[in-house]
Design a binder for this molecule. Structure first.
Ligand SMILES: *[C@@H]1O[C@H](CO)[C@@H](O)[C@H](O)[C@H]1NC(C)=O
Length: 491
């Protein structure tokens, strides 16, 4: 038995080491190209060496039965078929290790998905016309784009998650990278549901056109918003900035201010993956001025953890120091793993002593938010609960209680749990929440479902219960049983 409790822990240590390997990739610069015929060709854009991602802007109309419309301003005329010549340039970009994505969006046109089925049809269209599929009328010719960028700023906010899932489904044939360009007020009105699918490789946040979260004379509002965005379910997030004052309605950050006031703060996040620039036309010198600092790893912290999709960057000169860094990480990870293993062993023994045959229900997660108090209420990370409930999927939903939905879940150690996700509007302050969790977890009434722990992360308040596959669970969780009287303040 005791040996088994190590399995999830070892697995997570391995994962940690893998992610450290990947984190040695440098951060990069993304740019939007396509909305001004005078901004230079796609080939020149890629040859500049300033970018690791180019978003072709935009596919302005699609969905809702509308005929899709590609709009690349004065560059070419999709209707006349002249954009197919871009295929060669796209391939050149890709050969320079630059990812080229098609951006869905734009101020004109009609971007609306009317149903989940509509979303699937749009995904099929995109796959066949821009990605790895086949069609006789591919607007950009034979080149296979790397992925799709969601730059949606209007509409109902519905079915973008369906589109993301459907596109991601094609990755089994050829990887389809997904990016999103939400605006900086958190969470984004149109894209938050889609982003929370966890399917987006990159999230470039527009820190412009929004006074409350953009740079003005200082970076305070921007950094406060960035710190909220780091909680999104994506490992690579980018600071989106205008390339010049005229490129947006506010939010321009002079390059020296970006380097001295903004980058040091946002780089302390392990999700920092670079800077997105709007847009190529206005970028006369901006990206060249910042790119070294964007990519430079911050001296005090490890660079962003990322998926294998991190930009490799076009410069091979970095390779040597990269290998050295990787080695250092491996050594560091090995040491950290050993220390953590010792700590876990110590913690397990302590727990066993105190609680007799209390089983190890924590899986691989160590308590995260527990302050230094020596109590038995345990805190789960939001990520571990997301994994356990398959991102709070509908299939795992057990029901809806007065204070929020309840989901069935399975921790990495195999223990089945019921997770109550409290409504954000419940108005529980963190301190009150923690205190009540402590009280409840100490009540081990015979007929009461056992509270295993809780999770507080950003706005999320979760309660994690033992899962009992019979009516007693339902009645307790949904607040209809007398025994639940202690829990009434919550559920
Ligand atoms: C956009 O398309 C949808 C679906 O076809 C349609 O209902 C809507 O009226 C269109 N909106 C505009 C502004 O044309």
């Amino acid at each position: 038995m005791a040996g088994l409790t190590w399995l999830p822990f070892l697995a997570s240590s391995l994962l940690m080491m893998v992610s450290l390997f990947q984190s040695s990739q440098a951060a990069g610069v993304a740019v939007y190209w396509g909305q001004n015929g005078d901004e230079g060709s796609l080939a020149d854009t890629c040859a500049s060496g300033n970018y690791q991602f180019v978003n072709l802007a935009f596919l302005t109309t699609f969905g809702g039965g509308n005929t899709p419309v590609l709009n690349l301003a004065g560059h070419c005329n999709p209707g006349a078929g002249t954009c197919t010549s871009l295929s060669v340039e796209i391939n050149d970009c890709q050969n320079q290790n630059i990812k080229v994505l098609l951006s869905l969006g734009g101020a004109v046109g009609n971007q609306s998905l009317t149903s989940a089925d509509d979303a699937r049809q749009v995904a099929n269209y995109l796959w066949n016309n821009f990605l790895g599929g086949q069609s006789r009328s591919r607007p950009l010719g034979h080149a296979v784009l790397d992925g799709i960028d969601f730059s949606i700023e209007s509409g109902t906010g519905l079915y973008w998650d369906n589109l993301a899932r459907a596109l991601s489904g094609f990755s089994s044939q050829k990887k389809v990278y997904l990016s999103a360009a939400p605006q900086c007020p958190f969470p984004d009105a149109d894209l938050s549901t889609a982003i929370s699918t966890g399917l987006f490789d990159y999230v470039w946040i527009q820190f412009y056109n929004n006074g409350q979260c953009q740079y003005s004379t200082n970076a305070d509002n921007l950094i406060a918003a960035w710190n909220q965005w780091t909680s999104v379910h994506s490992n690579q997030i980018f600071l989106g900035v205008p390339a010049a004052p005229a490129a947006a309605d506010g939010g321009y950050i002079p390059p020296d201010a970006l380097i001295s006031q903004v980058l040091p703060s946002i780089k302390s996040s392990h999700k920092y993956a670079g800077v997105m620039i709007w847009n190529k036309y206005f970028d006369s010198g901006y990206s060249s001025a910042i790119k070294e600092q964007v990519a430079a790893s911050s001296p005090s912290i490890a660079p962003g953890s990322g998926s294998p999709s991190s930009p490799a960057g076009p410069h091979s000169g970095r390779k040597k120091s990269k290998n050295l860094r990787v080695k250092l990480y491996v050594v560091g990870a090995a040491i950290a793993t050993s220390l953590a293993a010792l700590a876990l062993l110590f913690w397990c023994c302590k727990l066993r002593k105190r609680k007799g045959n209390h089983r190890n229900f924590m899986g691989s997660e160590m308590p995260e938010l527990d302050d230094n108090e020596d109590d038995e209420s345990l805190f789960f990370s939001f990520t571990s609960i997301e994994i356990a409930t398959d991102h709070f999927s509908e299939e795992n939903k057990l029901g809806q209680g007065g204070f929020g939905p309840v989901y069935k879940g399975k921790l990495v150690n195999g223990l089945e749990v019921a997770v109550k996700r409290l409504n954000r509007m419940s108005g529980h302050g963190i301190e009150q929440f923690k205190n009540e969790v402590k009280v409840i977890s100490k009540l081990q009434h015979r007929n009461l479902v056992r509270l295993l722990g809780s999770c507080i992360e950003k706005e999320e308040r979760l309660l994690v219960y033992e899962y009992l596959p019979n009516n007693s669970l339902d009645s307790v969780l949904f607040g209809m049983c007398q025994n639940s009287i202690y829990l009434h303040s919550f559920i």
